[in-house]
Every structure is written in structure tokens, then in C-alpha cells.
Write a protein that binds this ligand. Structure first.
Ligand code: BGC
Length: 494
């Protein structure tokens, strides 16, 4: 099944009110991204006070941090199925509910085990949200503004991280870790109310369930009456009659595999580039460079601010210069800054040099690799496989995040801090080559156009073709299970 997004037709314009509506819906659901960022950032500050109170060993501290990552992997895995079965809105409601249960469990925890259980539960909610928010965003956004609305997810994530750092800073004097953890509940309530009372169901999901009238009503709010009718007639013309999702099986079909290879690789690479070693361990790395601890908390706020500012820059660029250009420039700059960062540690350069390079690295990540991965996750899969494709890619992202966070300090001990950053630099250089060869441009395009480029890129390369099972002959291989993806109508740029 194709036509996953609200179509871009260069001859049609979206009414101004429609754009505003799409922005409003997108902003409300991107609160899910805020929760993701807040919970990732808040624990470092809270742990400073939880550790003495519960007498936590180093292992126990690490497990409190990583329980969330493991839970998130699980949450991401189940989210696609739930979102396809129950609809996107109800899934958001459930995710918000699970988040509140997890948050209350951590806030009220009086020992290590309840704390761990609460963090795991929070992880399930956050992982599930991180897999479903991009899906919804891509399904309610017209192609002309889709890059920007989808980048909102990352923007809110960076605001969440920065808010957590600021809350840590503000409440560290009172040593009140329970308030730090409780603050995350308020945005979760807003998200639940929005999902249950303000947001419409995704028109794509409604259409896939045969609720064409309802889909038309939602589309009308964005495209206007004539636009909505043309959109739905376009589908009928294309003969897209199979409306049921295909579940996990859909991901293994030859036609979908190239998208899965791209989603899974970018998911892993985003974490293997070492971003969260800086986000999670910034204060200790900075303290290691010789600056004192209070300075290091201040500098971690600086890192959070740069992360936020560069994400705003990315929002401005993503629908103009395209995803590929942003990704490639970001990866090039990440490779360079990581190489020099490693060198600064190996040569024991002045701490401010390392700090400046860390900030430059975060800026390079935030302008491309950070947001663009989450944009592509919602854009590269066909309608029938989107929720599951997003689930799989997101679960890999969380799983790799877990592995890197777990192993970082041991690797540093084994080969040295500078050398570890060189490994991250190598990953970024390899990813540059991968993106050059395999990642399609999705800016302003319908799925057919994205798919055509994906198939072309994978068909050209021997090993990747074998891995992805892509190529000219593959369409017939999936024909019994999946409607043929129709002839390309490339409406986007090359
Ligand atoms: C990544 C997160 C990371 C965040 C930092 C996101 O794109 O997926 O793991 O913590 O960026 O801003």
C-alpha cells in the first residue's frame, strides 16, 4: 500500500488555516518528545541525591539509568502493533497512562527495587512514544511542511533535556530528587488530554480501516474540502484497496527491506556516533578535563542550549535543503569534531579546547543526525509497514543506546578517552559513505517517489542488494502479500 503521507502536489496549495492546524496538532503530540528528553536528562541530577539515600552501589546507579533504556526498547517494539490495532490516538493515551504510573512509582519509591521498576515502566512509555510520535507526525503533515513538523519531535526532546538540566540545577540546593522526577508528570497529563480530547485520529489510519468519511473530515481541516476529496480520490485511482496493516511480516518483504536497512542502520549509527556519552556523561567528562564540578554542571547546560539552538536551525533548513544534505554535512562535521576531540584528550590539551570541541560536536549532531533520523523514520516506510518499521528502527536505536552507555566507561578504561572518540569518528565516517550511497531524499516527496529512489539505490549495489533483497525483480516477489507500489510520480527534488 502506498501513499502514506498527505500528498504534495506542487499545483495545489494548502490553506493557511490548514498549515496552522497541522502545526498545532504536531506541536501537541511532540510533547511525547519532551517526555523522552526530560527523563533522559533528569536522572543524572537526581542520582546525586538518590545514591546516598538508598546507598546505591556503582552497579545499582548504572542499572537505574539503563533500566529506562531497556524498557524503552521493549516499548518501542510493541508500540507499532498497538498503534496499528487500536489507532494512533488511543495508543498515545495508553502511553501517557503508563508514563504516569512509571513516574509516580519513581517519585514514591522508598528503595532501590521500586525505583528500578518505575524507571523500567517509564522506559516502556517513552520507547513506545518515540516510535509512535514520528508516525503520527508524518501522517498529519502535508509534504511541504513535513520536515519541519517532524523536526518538532527532536526540538521538544532537546527542550526536555535542557529543562531537566535546569531543574537539576535549580533543585540541587534543596536536594529534592522527588520533585525533580515529579515535574515530568505535568507535560504527560497535557499530552494525554490533547490525545484524548483535542487531536484527531490519523487520517491514514482511518482510511486503512475503511473509515473514509472520517478520514475526509480530518483531511479537510488541513487540505480544505476539495484538497481532501482529491487526496482520497487519488488513492482510489491508484487502486489501493488493501487496507489492513501487514504487521512484522511486512518488514521482511523484499519491497520494504531497503527501507528497513536504512532505518535500522541510521538508528544504530545515531547512537554509535557517541551522542549520549556526551549527553549522559558530560559533567564527568568535563570534570575529567580539569574543570571543577560546579563549572561542569554549568557547561552541561551550555551543551543543552547549543543542542536546542542547532535543532532550531535544522527546522529552518530541513524543508529547504533536504534531508540528505543535512545528514551529510552533519556527519562530515561530526567526523571532524570527534577526531579533534580525541586528539585534544590524547595530547592533554587545555580543557577549554576539549570543551569547545564537545560543543561543536553537539552542534554538528543537532543540525542533522539528531533530528533527521527521526524525520526519516516516519518517511521511508510504506503505509502498511510504517508503524512496525518505526517500531523496529526505534527499538534498535534504544538497544544501541543501552549498549553504548553500558560499555562506554569500560572502553574508555581499556583504550583511553581520546581513542574512544576516534572510534566514534570512524563510525561517522563510515555512515557518511552509507548515506551517500543508500539514503534517499524524502523532501516534499510522496512515498512512491521515495520508494523508487530507495529501490534504485539498492539495486545498484551488489552486497546491499543481497541484504535488502531489493531490485527490479522484487516487486513480484511480494505481490501476494502486499499491493504493488505504484509507478513513481516523483514530485520532489533530486
Ligand atoms: C537521540 C537521543 C539523544 C538526543 C540528544 C536524539 O535524536 O535519539 O538518543 O539523547 O537526540 O538531543
Amino acid at each position: 500500500m502506498s501513499l502514506p503521507h498527505i500528498r504534495h502536489d506542487s499545483s495545489s496549495t494548502i490553506p493557511r488555516s490548514g498549515r496552522r492546524t497541522a502545526w498545532l496538532w504536531s506541536s501537541l503530540i511532540a510533547i511525547g518528545g519532551f517526555l523522552f528528553g526530560y527523563e533522559t536528562g533528569v536522572i543524572a541530577g537526581a542520582l546525586l541525591f538518590i545514591t546516598p539515600e538508598f546507598d546505591l552501589s556503582a552497579f545499582a546507579q548504572g542499572s537505574v539509568v539503563s533500566a529506562l533504556l531497556l524498557g524503552a526498547m521493549l516499548g518501542a517494539l510493541v508500540a507499532g502493533r498497538v498503534a496499528d490495532r487500536l489507532g494512533r490516538r488511543m495508543t498515545f493515551g495508553i502511553e501517557g497512562g503508563v508514563f504516569i504510573v512509571g513516574a509516580l512509582t519513581t517519585v514514591c519509591a522508598n528503595a532501590y527495587i521500586p525505583l528500578l521498576a518505575g524507571r523500567f515502566t517509564l522506559g516502556i512509555a517513552i520507547g513506545a512514544l518515540s516510535a509512535t510520535v514520528p508516525v503520527y507526525l508524518s501522517e498529519v503533515s502535508p509534504a511541504q511542511i513535513r520536515g519541519r513538523t517532524m523536526t518538532l519531535n527532536q526540538l521538544l526532546m532537546t527542550i526536555g533535556i535542557l529543562s531537566a538540566y535546569t531543574v537539576n540545577f535549580a533543585f540541587s540546593g534543596m536536594e529534592n530528587w522527588r520533585i525533580m522526577l515529579a515535574i515530568g508528570i505535568a507535560p504527560a497529563v497535557v499530552m494525554i488530554v490533547a490525545a484524548c480530547m483535542l487531536l484527531p485520529e490519523s487520517p491514514e489510519w482511518l482510511w486503512s480501516r475503511g473509515k473514509t468519511e472520517d478520514a475526509h473530515r480530518v483531511l479537510r481541516s488541513i487540505l480544505g474540502g476539495a484538497g481532501a476529496t482529491a487526496h482520497l480520490q487519488g488513492r482510489d485511482r491508484d487502486g489501493l484497496s488493501t487496507r489492513d496493516g501487514f504487521g512484522w511480516r511486512s518488514l521482511l518483504m523484499p519491497r520494504v527491506r531497503p527501507a528497513l536497512v536504512v532505518g535500522a542502520t541510521l538508528a544504530a549509527v545515531q547512537q554509535l556516533s557517541g551522542i549520549n556519552t556526551i549527553i549522559y556523561f558530560a559533567p564527568s567528562i568535563i570534570a575529567d578535563t580539569g574543570l571543577d564540578v560546579s563549572q561542569s554542571i554549568f557547561y552541561s547546560i551550555a551543551i543543552g542550549t547549543i543542542n536546542l539552538i542547532m535543532t532550531i536551525v535544522s527546522i529552518r533548513l530541513v524543508d529547504r535543503v533536504g534531508r540528505r544534505w543535512l545528514l551529510l554535512s552533519s556527519l562530515g562535521a561530526m567526523t571532524a569534531t570527534l577526531t579533534f576531540l580525541g586528539l585534544s584528550f590524547v595530547l592533554e590539551a587545555h580543557p577549554t579546547v576539549s570543551l569547545a570541541l564537545m560543543v561543536a560536536y553537539i552542534a554538528a549532531f543537532a543540525v542533522g543526525m539528531g533530528p533527521v533520523f527521526w524525520v526519516l523514520v516516519g518517511e521511508i516506510f510504506p503505509n502498511s509497514a510504517r508503524a512496525h518499521g518505526s517500531s523496529a528502527s526505534t527499538a534498535i536505536n534504544w538497544g544501541t543506546n543501552f549498549a553504548v552507555s553500558l560499555m562506554f566507561l569500560s572502553v574508555v578504561r581499556a583504550i583511553g578517552l581520546g581513542e574512544t572518540f576516534w572510534v566514534f569518528a570512524l563510525v561517522c565516517a563510515g555512515s557518511f559513505v552509507f548515506v551517500t550511497k543508500y539514503v534517499p531524499e524524502t523532501k516534499g516527496r510522496d512515498f512512491e517517489a521515495v520508494d523508487t529512489e530507495l529501490q534504485r539505490r539498492f539495486a545498484r549495489s551488489g552486497p546491499a542488494r543481497a541484504l535488502a533483497g531489493a531490485g527490479a525483480g522484487s516487486a513480484s516477489a511480494d505481490a501476494p502479500e502486499m499491493p504493488r507500489i505504484h509507478a513513481p510520480s516523483d514530485s520532489g527534488p533530486r
